[in-house]
Design a protein around this ligand. Structure first.
Ligand code: GDP
Length: 369
């Protein structure tokens, strides 16, 4: 897909649209789902910010190739000039920031880059909004990782920020910056509190997609009577509150269109272990498995009845590799999104089982099953 320069953008007439939205991180999961949601439900003109890379990463946007309401613009969150130019030229009515160093695991390896992108970048956006378009409504992606070492269960909007990773700390600091700018300059600037959200566009470094892709790979090998490598995971006892990312972009848009700015938790209000995710993911591919052992000795192997049915070369489907453990873990996340359900009239449509089933079917389909 063509990436426009800021000079090309000047020639676009946006007056026929209700408003103009600038979205960062459009090549990723949340950004691309946000674009799809706005194209379907509104009449806004959308500019998506993307870096010009030698290897294109436009997989999540390929269905938008000729859509007149969506334009890709050359943009880099790590360059303040790029941010200022966007605000100066486009003067968007909404700025939705989904660009980030989003992977908690990598944030220990790249703490400075995580901070630059997730925190310093937010100062540049807020300053640019203040200078060039103070009526612009700003949404910054927040995370349940900001809660970290949780004080109580379930976690609602009042829960203290107790991050356990450089990622969580970078988002918690960004939250405080957004609040300070909102209160100091009367900006419509918010950072939603989104619990884990997944889907068919989820990056493979996240545990959910790693599992569903692994399930599809193993199923294919079993059907072809070939040997396979087990899926290797870290801490499978961690608990997360997982939802469908497509449900969340609706909630984000609702948060952005209130009378006055207010931040909400979005969550499924359920928590499940990684073990439960694994069990259900294999079940979606019609493979029954059983967990044995605990902690680093845990192992998920094919059930006796399915071993007879498939006669697989290997029987261990999932095993533990301690290299996927983190220096500090967030053991349990469980959201309370009742305030958003009441005040924003937001309700998620896809439950845990259906989310897993959708992801597994998609990954099976991608390899021809
Ligand atoms: P996060 O909640 O944003 O960190 O989302 P992730 O999907 O990266 O991780 C969710 C949980 O799965 C964390 O508690 C991880 O420690 C745990 N986990 C266990 N094994 C793995 C693995 O192999 N990869 C990832 N990414 N996470 C794992």
């Amino acid at each position: 897909m063509e990436i426009l320069n800021i000079e090309d953008v000047k020639k676009i007439d946006s007056r026929i649209y209700d408003s103009t939205v600038f979205i960062t991180g459009v090549t990723g999961q949340d950004g691309s789902y946000m674009v799809d949601f706005l194209l379907k439900n509104t009449n806004v003109l959308i500019f998506g910010g993307a870096r010009r890379l030698s290897i294109k990463n436009h997989e999540n946007l390929k269905h938008l190739e000729n859509n007149p309401r969506f334009k890709l613009v050359n943009f880099d969150l790590s360059d303040s000039h790029s941010i200022y130019k966007i605000l100066e030229v486009i003067k968007p009515d909404y700025f939705i920031n989904f660009a980030a160093q989003t992977f908690v695991g990598s944030s220990w390896d790249f703490p400075e880059q995580t901070w630059e992108c997730n925190t310093t970048g937010i100062i540049h956006i807020l300053e640019s909004i203040k200078r060039h378009k103070s009526s612009c409504r700003f949404y910054n992606a927040g995370s349940s990782e900001e809660y970290g070492d949780v004080s109580y269960i379930p976690q609602d909007e009042k829960h203290p920020l107790k991050p356990r990773s450089p990622y969580g700390a970078s988002k918690a600091a960004a939250r405080l910056l957004v609040k300070v700018y909102r209160e100091s300059y009367n900006l419509y600037a918010i950072q939603g509190l989104l619990f884990n959200h997944e889907g068919c566009r989820r990056g493979e470094e996240f545990v959910t997609r790693k599992i569903t892709k692994g399930v599809a790979r193993i199923k294919k090998s079993m059907l072809e009577l070939k040997s396979f490598n087990s899926i290797e995971l870290g801490n499978v006892d961690a608990k997360r509150d997982w939802s469908d990312a497509e449900d969340f972009v609706d909630g984000v848009w609702k948060m952005l269109n209130q009378k006055s700015p207010k931040e909400y938790v979005l969550s499924s209000n359920e928590t499940h272990t990684i073990k439960e995710f694994v069990t259900l993911a294999f079940k979606s591919a019609e493979i029954e498995g059983v967990w044995h052992g605990n902690g680093t000795n845990a192992e998920f192997s094919i059930s006796v009845s399915d071993a007879k049915k498939y006669n697989p070369v290997n029987s261990v489907l999932v095993k533990i590799n301690t290299k996927f453990y983190r220096p500090a873990e967030v053991d349990l996340l469980l959201g309370d999104s009742n305030l958003a359900r009441r005040e924003l009239n937001w309700l998620p449509k896809t439950n845990f089982e259906n989310l897993i089933d959708k992801m597994v079917k998609n990954d099976l389909n991608q390899i021809g099953l």
